[in-house]
Design a protein around this ligand. Structure first.
Ligand SMILES: Cc1ncc(COP(=O)(O)O)c(C=O)c1O
Length: 372
């Protein structure tokens, strides 16, 4: 693990080196935003630092409900429920809704927390080839018709930066009378005209039964939520074990998350999304023009495929010498042979920083034989 000595901004000190940060999920720069910091401090001042217990015992504070109401309004759903992390959400929601005799259809590139949630549920799990809609349809036709069916997908695939085909998934879920769950960890706050995520981008957010998102990435805070119908949320309160059996989120985090939703939903949020979009295009186009394989990225997550683990980690090391930090990603996070640098853009990067970074990345890429 690398050691960071300051807050999570686009310029960092990592292991005593000054560097440009190109691998943080703090896409809008909110992790260091003055409004979030102030809200966290005020919440701690008023409510203390710990929540004291699980929500169902004595840890249910007015801030939890305020955040859930704010998220439900933001996502235009009947209700919302906050979880302690995205990992806790997926390993809580999926086993609560699905059990023995049910079938989960899960994209092969879904996040590990979805994989683990599906395993915990004791349902049959059918992993369909990545974003392959005809294959999913075939697998659903072949599957046993008894029991419940859930299709689950990342909205933005976390290591590839491409998008799920949500319109087609909505059509398939209707055809086969299945539930659809979208993990929008990397779309929340970023995608869609108003930052409501991948569902908004495709104009189908009301067709998604279970919209999960995280508060620790673009929203700069910590935790996760599910936005869904009242019935589903009530059911999760009573059945999701990671919700029931864990101390609830603390006040400072809840205060920061409330402020984060306000920023995302404001003209400032709009401006930050525009900056992020511009930065993403500039950076990805320049990498493609330099001959890198950016693996079909369509978002602020821009991977560069290197292949084997050793040159990938060498790439990271050489980049850090040039003042750029981008962590290499290896198995088990990605399949062997597809080790990569997973670059992520922030709204707060400047054009100059990005242009200089691409020059350095291209020079090292050539040296290692990764690009032309
Ligand atoms: C798609 C996806 N889902 C869930 C998670 C887990 O979220 P958290 O970091 O809040 O546990 C991540 C985080 O890396 C993710 O990329």
């Amino acid at each position: 693990m690398r050691r960071f000595e300051r807050s999570q901004t686009s310029r960092i000190t990592v292991d005593e080196c000054e560097a440009l940060l190109l691998c943080s999920n703090n896409y809008l720069g909110l992790a260091d935003h003055p409004m979030l910091k102030k809200a966290a401090m005020l919440a701690a001042e008023r409510f203390g630092v710990g929540s004291g217990a699980s929500r169902l015992v004595s840890g249910n504070m007015e801030l939890h409900t305020a955040l859930e109401n704010r998220i439900a309004a933001f996502k235009a759903t009947e209700a919302a429920l906050v979880f302690n992390s995205g990992y806790a959400a997926n390993t809580g929601i999926i086993p609560a809704l699905m059990g023995r005799g049910d079938i989960i259809f899960s994209d092969r590139l879904n996040h590990a927390s979805i994989v683990d949630g599906a395993l915990l549920s004791r349902s049959k799990v059918v992993r369909y080839p990545h974003n392959d809609m005809p294959a999913l349809r075939r697998l659903m036709e072949q599957a046993d018709a008894g029991g419940r069916r859930l299709i689950v997908t990342d909205g933005v695939f976390s290591m590839d930066g491409d998008l799920a085909n949500l319109p087609e998934l909505v059509a398939i879920k209707k055809e086969f009378n299945a539930l659809l769950m979208v993990d929008d960890a990397h779309g929340t706050g970023v995608l869609g005209a108003t930052g409501r995520g991948t569902g908004e981008l495709f104009g189908c957010q009301h067709e998604i039964d279970i919209q999960m998102g995280t508060l620790g990435k673009a929203l700069g805070s910590f935790g996760a939520y599910v936005a869904a119908s009242r019935v589903i949320v009530d059911y999760l309160i009573n059945k999701a074990r990671s919700f029931i059996f864990s101390t609830s989120l603390p006040p400072a985090v809840l205060g920061a998350s409330l402020a984060a939703v306000d920023v995302v939903d404001s003209t400032e949020g709009q401006r930050l999304r525009q900056c992020l979009g511009k930065n993403t295009l500039r950076f990805r186009n320049a990498l493609n023009a330099s001959g890198f394989d950016t693996m079909g990225s369509e978002t602020q997550i821009v991977p560069v495929c290197v292949g084997q683990a050793e040159p990938t980690m060498e790439f990271t090391r050489l980049l850090l010498e040039k003042g750029i930090f981008a962590q290499g990603i290896r198995p088990p996070t990605v399949p062997a042979e597809t080790c990569r640098l997973r670059f992520t853009l922030m709204a707060t990067h400047t054009e100059r920083e990005l242009d200089e970074a691409v020059t350095a990345i291209a020079a090292i890429g050539k040296q290692l034989g990764v690009c032309r």
